[in-house]
Every structure is written in C-alpha cells, then in structure tokens.
Write a protein that binds this ligand. Structure first.
Ligand SMILES: Nc1nc2c(c(=O)[nH]1)N[C@H]1C(S)=C(S)[C@@H](COP(=O)(O)OP(=O)(O)OC[C@H]3O[C@@H](n4cnc5c(=O)[nH]c(N)nc54)[C@H](O)[C@@H]3O)O[C@H]1N2
Ligand SMILES: Nc1nc2c(c(=O)[nH]1)N[C@H]1C(S)=C(S)[C@@H](COP(=O)(O)OP(=O)(O)OC[C@H]3O[C@@H](n4cnc5c(=O)[nH]c(N)nc54)[C@H](O)[C@@H]3O)O[C@H]1N2
Ligand SMILES: [Mo]
Length: 718
C-alpha cells in the first residue's frame, strides 16, 4: 500500500478462530513487521484490535518460535529436540509412514487438526486432500458449533441468519451463552448502539461475565438447562397468546405439536430445573415476544452439554414463534459463515475419499491412543497441525499417556513448542499470518478479506499449503492439486460467479483488502421476513423433518465425508435433555463432586494461542478458578489460595478467586493456560468428559462435575 522510505503498509486479516476476522494493517520497515493495527475503514473492525492480537508482531518474532524442523532427542514430552533439515524431516516421515502403511494400512495414520488459522486456504480443510488421498483415518472435527450447526440446519437451514450489523436496529437483544465483550468484541459497538437507542440487553449465563455486567438484565442459569428455559418461554408465549399467528401459519411447520410439547414446561417446573424464578421466566417471555424487533445471539457455549443440540433447536424456534424475523434487527444469529459461497469440494477433495474409510471423532483421541477404544488397526501415527489437543481436547491425562507411547510416530506442525508439540518425534515449523497468503471468510460478519504476506517466512517455516505440497511430493502424489500456487487455490476456493461475490475478485481484494458480500445493506436485510428458510419445507421447522434421518455431522467437519455412523433417532420436537452430570440427574455423582466446572474462553488468550506469550500472560495472570464465596467457605478455601480441582477423570491445581460473579454450585476455569508450566502439569481439560452431546457430536465441556480442596490438604494427604 502506501510507501514512504523503506516503510510499507500491508493489508492483512487476523487469522484467528474468532467471529471478528479483523482487517489489519501491518507496518513493515526494512523487511520487518513493526506494528499491526486495525483498519479504521473496516465497518466491523473499526480500527481496533484486541488484547490478544494488538501486538501480533511479538508473536511473529517471539524468541520461542519454531523456525526449523526438529527431531526428538530426549524422552517424549521432555522438550529436547535437535535441528534437522526439511529433507531429513520428510525422509523420516516417509520412512515412518511407509513402514506403518505396509504393516497395517493407511488408516493406522490419524490426522488431527482444527483452526490454528481460520484462513480458507491454510485452515480447516488444508490437509484434507492429502489425507483423503493417503487413505488415512478420517478425522471428525466437532470442536466447535457442530451440534449447533446440525440443530440450526434442522430448524432454519444453512441461512446466514441476521446480519450482525443489523443489531443496531434491535429493540430486545438476548445474548445466550455468549460473552461478546471477550469473544466477539467487535460486535459489541452494534449492541451498544442499540442500547443507546433504547434496546434492552439480556444475558443468560451462569457467570456474571464482562458482557453480563453491561446487560440490563443478567439471568444466571444452571449450566445445561437452557432448553428447559426455551421451552418455558414458548409455554408462556403460547399460553398468553403472544404468538405471531400469521407468521406461524405461513412460515413454520409443526406448531400444534410444538404447542403440546411446550405445555409440558410450565414456568414453575422450568424454575425448578433452571434455578430462574418463575416470575422472571414469564417476564422474559413477555418482553421478548412483545418488544420487536427482538434477536437471539447464541454463543458456541450453548451446545456444550448432553442436550446441547436440542437446546439450539429450541432457541431457533423462538424467533419464528414471535415473528421476530419480520423486521430488520429481528431473528437469530448463529454463524453468518453460510453467506460465503465456498467451493468446499475443491478444498476437501471428497472425491479422493475411499468409501467406508474409518472415521474417528477427535474427542476420542485419548481413548484411541491408549487403546481403551479398540481399533483395528490401532493408531500408529498421529499428524497434528492447526491444533493443540493436549490443551483443547478432553481426557487430558489419557492423551498424555497416549502421546508417551514409544510406538506412536507423532509429527506436529507448529509455530511454538506447545504442550502437544513437546511429545512429537518430528516438529515442522509453520508460518504465522504475516508470512503467508490467505483469503478469509468470517463467522461474525459479512466481509470477505484478503491476507497478503507482509514479510518473508522466518527461518524455514512454511504455510500449511506448502506443508501439504511437500508431504504430497514426499509420498509420491503428483496430481495438479499439488502444483497450484496459493493464488490459484484461492481462485478455486470460491464460487466467484455466485451473486454474493458479484463485483468482488482477487484483483479487487488486493486493492481494498476486504469487501462486503453482495447482500442487502444492514438496514435493509431481513432474510426471513417472508419465510424463505433453507429447510426441506422452506419453512422454519418446529417439527424437524430432517430428524427422521437421525443425527448428522456436516461433511465439512469430516474431510468431506457424508457417511455418518451411529445416527440414532432424534426427537422431531425440541426437547430438554438433562445434563449427564448435575445434582438433579446424577445425585450419586453430585454427592462426591458437587460443583459444575465451566471452562469458557479466556479474555486474553485465543483458545490456547498466547498462553505462552508475555503480554497476554501478564493480562491473564496465573490460572485461577473462580468460586462463589459460599462454596469456598464450606471448603476452607481463601482468596488467592492454592487449590486442587478434581474428579475421577483427573485433577489440576490453580489459585482460588472468590467471587459472587459465579452462582453457587458452579466454578469457572478459563481455557487456554498451558499445561507444562502450570502448578501440577495439568489444566482444566484433565477433568472434562469425552461424551458427545445429542447432536453433531458436540462436546460436553459444561457438563462436568468436580470437587475442590485446598492444595495443602492434597499435599498433606499424599
Ligand atoms: N478472547 C477470546 N475470544 C475468543 C476465543 C478465545 O479463546 N478467547 N475463542 C473463539 C472461539 S473458537 C469461539 S468458539 C468463541 C466462543 O465464544 P463464546 O460462545 O462466547 O464462548 P465461551 O466464552 O466459551 O462461553 C460463553 C459463555 O457461555 C457460558 N456458558 C457455559 N455453559 C453454559 C450453559 O450451559 N448455559 C449458558 N446459558 N451459558 C453457558 C459461559 O459461562 C461463558 O460466559 O470465541 C472466540 N473468541
Ligand atoms: N475445556 C474446553 N475445551 C475447549 C473449548 C472450551 O471452551 N473449553 N473450546 C473448544 C473450541 S470452541 C475450539 S474452537 C477448540 C480450539 O482448538 P484448537 O484449534 O486446537 O485451538 P488452539 O489451542 O488455538 O490451537 C491451535 C494451534 O495451532 C497453531 N497454529 C496457528 N496457526 C498455525 C498455522 O498456520 N499452521 C500450523 N501448523 N499451526 C498453526 C497454534 O500455534 C496453536 O497451537 O477448542 C475446544 N476445546
Ligand atoms: Mo471455537
């Protein structure tokens, strides 16, 4: 862009797995990036970056970056490595994999990845063509919103839903299991503007988060009981005749059946389940139904318990019931990502899948590696990129035991020696966003962005696209796929002829950096004012016709495969499935472990990214667990004192933060701290279960009971 002497400004886009996908401007002086800032002209980013990313250049130039291929020299996990060349690393991989494939076949190899970068080229699907071609076990990646997607598709279909910018026009906003100020910061100004214009903001969350503190009404709820609340709201809306009958008649299916279902959830019963007063449930239902346009923003956290999918089904029925979709600023926001016309088949190459190839869900990593899950052939090699399973996946102790296996050949592509990479046999160096080209969609706004490389790759780091080109060459694959440049891949990744991309091209993006999809403007966008839902019936399906075929996971979360196993029957109507682990449903377990642990996102980390970097660690402080003073007193736990948090799955240590921002019976351990430097070499996922939620194989992180004791007591007892 603008060039003064030796200085240039390069257009980039934040790579992180976050709804905001900020437009960034990178200052480069003498070939070195010296600053990043938000693009002030971008209508969503508006010039600001968050505490995680506003010093991104320090991530790029961190002395801890992995800049060369490494080979393990010490015990697994010791962090002892020696530098080797790329040729040596690739030769090791070829030898290891050839041996394994000859002996046990390619499904003995398991790829494991998620969204270290969200770029369309380097992100979710970058490894799929390679592993599909290789015939490795298919990795089912249901880390985030998979249950929500299945439920949303069953109810509304793959609709972008409301424009996040249209929140300016909302009069009643419900943030449901969503901590916007920490996890979707750039959406906040639109909500704040609505508030200034008189909108009411309600936050439904067991914790009084930064966002809940800004709300007109914070409603604490027992974790995992949200579907009961949604059904209770429907009960009141129907009983008090607050239904938009015309909208329901024209644009929905199954109202009578839904009415009968909702009849089972009178406010008093729902109060006993959720811990919310019956009068408050009535009030919320009346205000939500009558203050139009009203909108529900669901967070990803809403799916993280046994009934997570049906919870999203229930929430997605509410806007149609009250006719909220009729007006700009009304409806629901799940993931606007469905607005981006991608050519997924070019990204994933499902045509290279071998029918019947084994699928392994990523929550099962610990069980698979330890042999608890009987697999034939067993997993002999693990290839991790864009992910840090030791920190983000449940059953941490099992994962560690699995990664310690001497007979497991582990390769990790990383920017840093994470808790996972420390267990690798081979580590491959990965570039950061400032060193690579990518094109970015967003799951929080309607802008397509281009990320141009600002600086040359550091050391011998390579983008993921190049990583898989090299692996393909190593394994003898020579399809045109592996000869494409990144730009050619970007051309092939999008359906440029789609009306949503009219007037937008790679060439135009190179000039502007970003462009709003060709959709109606935010003040005119009411996608379902007259129905047009993207379900089989074209209506909002209270009674989901797709439920008859059972549960499913979107192919994009499973390398393009649409062969789903274990799809049991699904209730056609939204229903309340109680948590697996709660005092009301599992009193025996709750006697031993009375506290429900939540592990939401940290304000200063991005999942586990930045858990090792000084600015963000300084902001976050030591790993702490927030506990209500009543619960703390009963356990002899004082402010700032060291504690042990445990259940039958594992334990970790942290310091106690006493605060009535969490309801009694709930404790909070923010996600993202690294294991190795922690007090007892363990983090919160040591405690969390690998059980699936009801739909889309979503995780059950909010469905986990624990107990807490002073750490001294734990030490004395040993
Ligand atoms: N700062 C920061 N921002 C991020 C991320 C990050 O790590 N850090 N990660 C990004 C990613 S990958 C994602 S998916 C999004 C997630 O963004 P959010 O969906 O906002 O995720 P969380 O912070 O995990 O959870 C939000 C709130 O849900 C509440 N909650 C948990 N269980 C329940 C429940 O059963 N019912 C109700 N009503 N509330 C519940 C938690 O208390 C928490 O305050 O954030 C993205 N943005
Ligand atoms: N307890 C609990 N567990 C959770 C959650 C929770 O709320 N609570 N949230 C879940 C959710 S919503 C999500 S999305 C997942 C996130 O799971 P992950 O996507 O695994 O998240 P990160 O911890 O950020 O790990 C990404 C890794 O990729 C690396 N990386 C970044 N860019 C690149 C690149 O270009 N190339 C390569 N090769 N590597 C790169 C980063 O350094 C980082 O170590 O975690 C899930 N796990
Ligand atoms: Mo996520």
């Amino acid at each position: 862009m603008t060039t003064t002497e030796g200085t240039k400004l390069v257009r980039a886009a934040c790579p992180h797995d976050c709804p905001d996908t900020c437009a960034m401007l990178v200052t480069v002086e003498g070939g070195r990036a010296t600053a990043v800032r938000g693009d002030p002209d971008h209508p969503f980013t508006r010039g600001g970056l968050c505490v995680k990313v506003n010093n991104y250049q320090d991530r790029v130039y961190s002395p801890d970056r992995v800049l060369h291929p490494l080979k393990r020299t010490g015990a697994k996990g010791s962090g002892q490595f020696a530098r080797i060349s790329w040729d040596e690393a690739l030769a090791e991989i070829k030898a290891g994999w050839t041996r394994i494939i000859d002996a046990r076949g390619p499904t003995a190899i398991l790829p494991y990845s998620y969204l270290g970068t969200e770029g369309i080229l380097n992100g979710l699907n970058v490894g799929d063509p390679f592993f599909n071609k290789l015939g490795a076990t298919i990795s089912e990646r249901t880390f985030c919103d998979s249950g929500s997607c299945t439920a949303y598709f069953m109810t509304i279909g793959p609709s972008p839903g409301m424009d996040p910018e249209s929140f300016r026009f909302s009069k009643y906003i419900i943030l449901w299991a969503c901590n916007t100020i920490s996890t979707n910061l750039h959406h906040w100004p639109f909500i704040a503007e609505a508030k200034r214009n008189g909108a009411k903001l309600v936050v439904i969350d067991p914790i009084k988060t930064r966002t809940a503190r800004e709300a007109d009404w914070h409603i604490p709820i027992r974790p995992g009981t949200d579907a009961a609340l949604a059904l209770g709201l429907m009960h009141v809306i129907i009983a008090e005749d607050l239904v938009d009958r015309d909208y329901v008649a024209q644009y929905t299916t199954g109202f009578d059946a839904l009415k009968a279902r909702a009849a089972d959830y009178p406010p008093e019963k729902v109060a006993a389940i959720t811990g919310i007063k019956a009068e408050d449930i009535r009030q919320l239902a009346r205000d939500y139904a009558t203050t139009q346009p009203s909108v529900i923003r669901i967070g990803v956290a809403i799916e993280r318990h046994a009934g997570g999918g049906q919870t999203v089904r229930a929430a997605a029925c509410l806007p149609a019931l009250v006719g909220a979709w009729r007006r700009v600023g009304g409806g629901m926001l799940q993931l606007p990502i469905w607005a981006f016309p991608l050519k997924w088949e070019n990204l994933m190459r499902p045509d290279w899948l071998t029918p019947g190839t084994r699928v392994l869900n990523q929550w099962r990593l610990g069980a698979a590696l330890t042999g608890e899950e009987k697999l034939d052939p067993p997993i002999q090699s693990l290839f991790v990129y864009n992910a840090n399973p030791m920190i983000v996946a449940p059953e941490q102790a099992k994962i560690r035991r699995g990664l310690e296996r001497e007979d497991l050949f582990t390769v990790v592509s990383e920017q840093f020696l994470t808790d996972t990479a420390r267990y690798a046999d081979i580590v491959l160096p990965a570039t950061t966003q400032l060193e690579q080209f990518d094109i970015m969609f967003s799951w929080g706004h309607f802008y397509l962005s281009l990320n141009l490389p600002a600086v040359a790759p550091l050391g011998e780091a390579v983008p993921n696209t190049e990583l898989f080109r090299r692996l393909a060459r190593t394994m003898g694959f020579d399809d045109p796929q592996w000869h494409q440049t990144d730009e050619a891949m970007a051309e092939a990744a999008m359906d440029w002829a789609n009306p949503a991309l009219q007037g937008i091209s790679l060439a135009s993006l190179k000039k502007t950096g970003w462009a709003r999809l060709n959709l109606p403007a935010a003040d005119a966008y009411a996608p379902h004012a007259e129905g047009h839902f993207l379900t089989p019936s074209g209506k909002c399906e209270f009674e989901a016709s797709m439920a008859a075929a059972g549960n499913f996971v979107l192919p994009l979360f499973r390398q393009g495969s649409n062969e789903f196993q274990d799809g049991g029957p699904v209730d056609k109507l939204p229903t309340y499935i109680p948590p697996n682990e709660a005092p009301a449903t599992n009193p025996r377990l709750a006697k031993k472990y009375p506290l429900n642990v939540l592990s939401p996102k940290s304000h200063a980390f991005l999942n586990s990214c930045y858990g090792n970097l000084p600015q963000q660690l300084h902001h976050a402080g030591e790993q702490r667990v927030i506990i209500n003073p009543t619960d703390a007193l009963a356990r002899n736990v004082g402010q700032g004192s060291p504690i042990r948090i445990f259940n039958d799955r594992g334990s970790f240590e942290a310091v106690a933060e006493l605060s009535d921002t969490v309801m009694p019976g709930v404790v909070v351990a923010p996600l993202g701290y690294w294991r190795e430097p922690s007090r007892a070499a363990a983090t919160v996922n040591a405690l969390n279960p690998a059980a699936y939620a009801d739909l889309g194989r979503a995780p059950t992180f909010s469905d986990s009971l624990v107990e807490i004791e002073p750490a001294e007591a734990a030490a004395a007892a040993e």
